[in-house]
Design a binder for this molecule. Structure first.
Ligand code: SF4
Length: 409
């Protein structure tokens, strides 16, 4: 941690006017102790943004100092058609709305990979809807073909929602299925499909897809193979604060057991173009509070990540003072998941230079990482090549008096 974050936290710990519960939590955070479920709920119910900023920044800087991570990646979304009907989903179209969807073939996806042949990307992120033809055989062939074409490109693909579906169809158990996926070339799993673990909320917003237990079991099997994954939460809709804490508690327990999660990624519910459009979105203040509480609660997660494409560049910059140390990747306009839900970024793409600038503007230290958080390039003192300066052409100067004199001659 930095001296500043320590001394600001000490002010809170010594503030006798502060609510005793919040003071006790601050003492625990300063001592590096884990906070309880009830204390997590207290943070959501009582803590102001300023207080949460101090605590979460203390934890963030203790773990990472000013370092802020990003990667160079692109997405492949095989299809936006889906057999499921999650109420919050703005992205998927039911099979009966087929004309509004896309279904990429194996060759189309491999062509997308080849498009990046001369680009220094380190990761392909594959996730989309669930359809019967995208089965175990299809994905095994896709992963192995990508690895055969470009062995160093990290394949991060599919969530337990897809795995549960394809394993069930192939009649294999989770342990066997994950082992076969690994053998085909899968290297890590993104964090999607978690939504909210509470069964009553899940029943209302996404009742058909895999349950919370199945989601956690699939990650556990993957971690047992020595592999890494991420975890998400979908917040800001019909859930209560305690549902968010319960969700994080279940993740914290699995992480104690397996240590396989790398990053926790809070995903904000966006209300455009879905069946929950009547629900108002939460404010940016609530987004920042949520990042901060996640950072404080999940003491065994190394990273808290914000998807800049979902929350906008400005909020992503702010989040770096509320526990976030990773803002994902360059994306290259290859995902529709956030823009179709109403995110401010309608064509999300940032150059490395722009991402570095964005992080530096927030007073942080930009590090390009690979998927497993190995440092690819430290951009703190990196000088980008000068871009050509704009050219100005000399225009003839027209002297109005001279023109008039000539006209009168
Ligand atoms: S959230 Fe995923 S599983 Fe649910 S409808 Fe959308 S694409 Fe399908």
């Amino acid at each position: 941690m930095t001296d500043t974050s320590q001394s600001v936290l000490s002010l809170i710990v010594n503030d006798s006017s502060l609510d005793p519960d919040l003071r006790k939590i601050a003492e625990k955070v300063e001592a590096g102790e884990r906070i309880s479920f009830d204390e997590g709920v207290i943070l959501y119910e009582k803590a102001e943004l300023g207080y949460l900023g101090v605590l979460s920044n203390f934890v963030r800087e203790k773990l990472h100092g000013h370092k802020t991570y990003f990667n160079r990646n692109f997405h492949i979304e095989p299809t936006n058609l889906c057999v499921y009907d999650c109420k919050f989903c703005s992205y998927s179209r039911l099979i009966k709305q087929k004309e509004e969807g896309w279904e990429l073939s194996m060759n189309e996806m491999l062509d997308m990979v080849k498009k990046y042949d001369n680009e220094p990307v380190t990761e392909v992120h594959i996730v989309g809807g669930v359809l019967p033809q995208y089965d175990m055989k299809f994905y095994s062939e896709l992963f192995s073909s990508i690895k055969a074409h470009r062995p160093e490109l990290h394949v991060k693909a599919l969530t337990p929602v897809e795995y549960h579906y394809i394993f069930k169809k192939a009649k294999v158990d989770y342990a066997t299925g994950m082992r076969l996926m690994k053998e085909a070339g899968l290297e890590s799993m993104p964090g999607g499909g978690a939504e909210i673990f509470n069964p009553e909320i899940r029943e209302i917003i996404c009742k058909d897809k895999c349950t919370a237990e199945q989601w956690l079991q699939i990650h556990e099997e993957w971690h047992k193979l020595g592999q890494r994954s991420n975890a998400t939460i979908l917040y800001g809709h019909i859930e209560k604060y305690w549902h968010r804490v319960d969700h994080m508690e279940q993740l914290r327990q699995l992480q104690d057991k397996t240590k396989g999660f790398q990053a926790f990624i809070p995903l904000k519910f966006r209300n455009q173009g879905n069946q929950m459009s009547n629900i108002e979105e939460v404010s940016v203040i609530e987004d920042l509070r949520n990042y901060a509480i996640a950072r404080i609660y999940l003491d065994n997660f190394d990273h808290i990540k914000a998807y800049w494409a979902m929350i906008s560049r400005n909020t992503a910059q702010l989040s770096l003072n509320f526990g976030v140390d990773d803002i994902d990747g360059t994306l290259d306009d290859t995902t529709k998941i956030y823009s179709m839900a109403g995110a401010e970024e309608q064509n999300p793409a940032m150059s490395t230079k722009e991402l570095v600038h964005l992080i530096k503007q927030a007073g942080r230290h930009p590090i390009e990482r690979d998927t497993l958080y190995n440092v690819v390039t430290d951009y703190n003192d990196f000088v980008f090549e000068e871009e050509p300066k704009p050219q100005f052409y000399k225009l003839p100067v027209i002297n109005a008096m001279e023109v008039e004199r000539k006209q009168n001659e």
